[in-house]
Design a protein around this ligand. Structure first.
Ligand code: F6R
Length: 607
């Protein structure tokens, strides 16, 4: 989390840094700051809260200088106030940092004993002092930075600037991404290529352990031993346009509405609808002989993987182990040589997912990833990438990336089934046809938006909500609860409907509406039994089903929303939209910051 930028050029850099930070605000928005070297001195402006506050500050008190660093923060150490906002200074050293320095307390006491005085509670300030200590001891800025970097434990991306040398930036990466941008007489550092896209499309990604000495006209990259290394210069495809909301009030609303189109693009990338065939790149493993698939991801991306477990196991008879990446990475799971690993991530930068990927790499397992951000670290470290073609997702709550992840996973499950010979041609064609209908069905669901808005008005009066579902609707129940809590701050739980009687049924009363996601499928009757258990205890049921389900439910509900008839295979894609719309409209009624909910960030690069 946190976005960092540094620019060394021939014009005033503060406005350029703010422009780049706008593209990084998805990484955190607790506070922001910019520092430059102004008339030979380190100068900075910082502001608590969103970037607009920093912009206002800079408008009132502009910063000159042709070298500078900037930061947008997601707090780890220290409350998100102006004092703790980056950049931090110590002596002649200025720093911005993304990540966590795990041994900061030990370093801080060591430096305090030498007389260093700290003005913040951050781990970052300690690094500035450590470098400054080296410079005071007679080292050059590069020597001091390198010596300090070697002592840091944890995951970090760092940019350093030095009073006294206006042609020097130092960037370092150990975990979170850091890209170098190459311009004409200007050089840049940024957390991603999108941040640098207004200035250049020529980028070099640092690898873990790399640090770079950046000047206006040159870049030298060294590895963690200090030996010079070559890293390829690439042409980035990141667009320099700041995506706008169009006619929508929020990015989340826009992204919900884009789903028919982006699902269609994504499916068409993996399936040939005209010929009813699967069209996919070669894999670094063979589905036909695979023993198991290991899937790992976080949050909403994890839930798309959980849906796919049902698909891979049911259609391809391929056992799936699925884990939350933060658990998987430390679980030391033995992986069979005859398995493959799949990582799912919108950002492609999530620290826990990346660490899990590297664990699998160490175990010698072939790695496929499903990623939305091209050129991201997870994409670059995978043997094969299946991009989701969702386009930039700006709203912090994932919507269109989720349904695109499901679209890729459904296409992959079909391929696995065909290659393992577990479905016949007729079934394969039927399932491809079903998938081809998903975009049209998603548009039909969007037409029900007013119903969901009305229901959201009702939901916004409650403090707790329970979501229930069975089979592939179970991960959707989890997703519904996750969406609702993250953007409306209403407490919500998702449960497998059959699990209700093993505990959560104790919660049922008039104050806790129960949203049941239940298309009419093979096990619909089981969901009806669970609804009856809720109704018998005075629970208020909101049923999301289809016409047949509504007719057969035979249970009294507070609301029944009738969805279009949906082939069972694609129900998770289509039924994702109601839970997104419910959460969105509830949050709007609650008056929360829908696109940038409190405490969250779009890209989670700390563990
Ligand atoms: C929830 C949400 C998060 C992300 C999670 C993983 O709406 O967006 O739960 O799904 O942080 O992020 P990525 O997909 O970037 O790895």
């Amino acid at each position: 989390m946190c976005g960092i930028v540094a620019i060394i050029g021939g014009r005033p850099v503060a406005p350029l840094i703010v422009d780049a930070l706008k593209r990084l605000e998805y990484r955190g928005y607790d506070s922001a700051g910019v520092a430059t070297i102004e008339n030979g001195r380190l100068a900075r402006r910082r502001a608590e809260g969103k970037l607009v506050n920093l912009e206002a500050r800079l408008e009132a008190e502009p910063l000159s200088g042709t070298i500078g660093i900037g930061h947008t923060r997601w707090a780890t150490h220290g409350v998100p106030n102006e004092t703790n906002a980056h950049p931090h200074f110590a002596g002649d050293v200025a720093i911005v940092h993304n990540g966590i320095i795990e041994n900061f307390a030990e370093l801080r006491s060591e430096l305090a004993a030498k007389g260093h005085v700290f003005s913040t509670q951050t781990d970052t300030e300690v690094v500035a002092h450590l470098v400054s200590e080296g410079i005071s001891g007679g080292s050059s800025p590069q020597e001091a930075a390198f010596a300090a970097l070697k002592r840091l434990e944890g995951a970090f991306a760092i940019a350093l600037m030095f009073r006294g040398d206006e042609d020097l930036l130092i960037g370092a990466r150990n975990g979170p991404p850091l890209a170098i941008g190459h311009g004409e007489g200007e050089t840049y550092l940024g957390s991603d290529a999108i941040a640098l896209s207004p200035f250049t499309n020529q980028v070099t990604y640092l690898e873990d352990g790399d640090w770079a000495v950046v000047r206006r006209d040159s870049v030298k990259i060294c590895d963690m031993n200090g030996s010079p290394v070559e890293r390829p210069r690439q042409t980035s495809v990141a667009t320099s346009f700041l995506v706008d909301k169009g006619n929508h009030r929020h990015f989340m609303e826009k992204e919900i509405h884009e789903q028919p189109e982006v699902i269609s693009h994504t499916l068409a990338n993996y399936l040939d609808f005209a010929n009813g065939a699967i069209r996919q790149p070669e894999l670094p493993f063979d589905f036909a002989t695979l023993d198991r698939l290991t899937i790992s991801a976080c949050g909403t991306a994890y839930l798309s993987g959980l849906v796919s477990k049902y698909w891979f196991e049911r259609f391809a008879r391929l056992p799936v182990d699925i884990d939350i990446a933060s658990e998987f990475r430390y679980r030391e799971m033995p992986l069979s040589k005859n398995s493959a690993a799949v990582f799912i991530s919108q950002s492609g930068e999530t620290a826990d997912s990346l660490a899990s990927l590297r664990y699998c790499r160490g175990e010698g397992v072939p790695i496929a990833s499903i990623v939305n951000v091209q050129g991201s670290t997870i994409a670059r470290e995978s043997d094969i990438v299946f991009p989701t073609l969702a386009g930039p997702e700006i709203g912090v709550a994932s919507t269109k990336a989720f349904t695109c992840q499901l679209s890729v996973l459904a296409s992959l499950a079909l391929r696995a089934a065909r290659e393992r010979g577990t479905i016949d041609n007729e079934t394969e064609r039927k399932l491809i046809r079903a998938l081809s209908e998903a975009p049209r069905l998603a548009s039909q669901v969007l037409r029900l938006e007013e119903r969901f808005r009305e229901l959201a008005r009702e939901l916004s009066h409650y403090k707790h909500v329970l979501y229930l579902g069975r089979d592939t609707s179970y991960p959707l129940a989890l997703e519904g609860a996750l969406k609702l809590k993250e953007i409306s701050y209403i407490h919500a739980e998702g449960y497998a409907a059959g699990e209700l009687k093993h505990g959560p049924i104790a919660l049922i009363d008039e104050e806790m509406p129960v949203i049941v996601i239940a298309p009419h499928d093979r096990i619909f009757d089981k969901s009806v039994s669970n609804m009856q258990e809720v109704a018998a205890r005075g629970g208020k049921i909101i049923l999301i089903t289809d016409a047949t389900g509504a007719e057969k439910a035979n249970v009294s509900t507070l609301e029944t929303i009738v969805m279009p008839d949906v082939p069972e295979f694609v129900a998770p894609i289509v039924y994702a939209l109601p839970v997104q719309m419910l959460a969105y409209h509830t949050a709007v009624f609650m008056g929360t910051d829908v696109d940038q909910p409190r405490n969250l960030a779009k890209s989670v690069t700390v563990e």
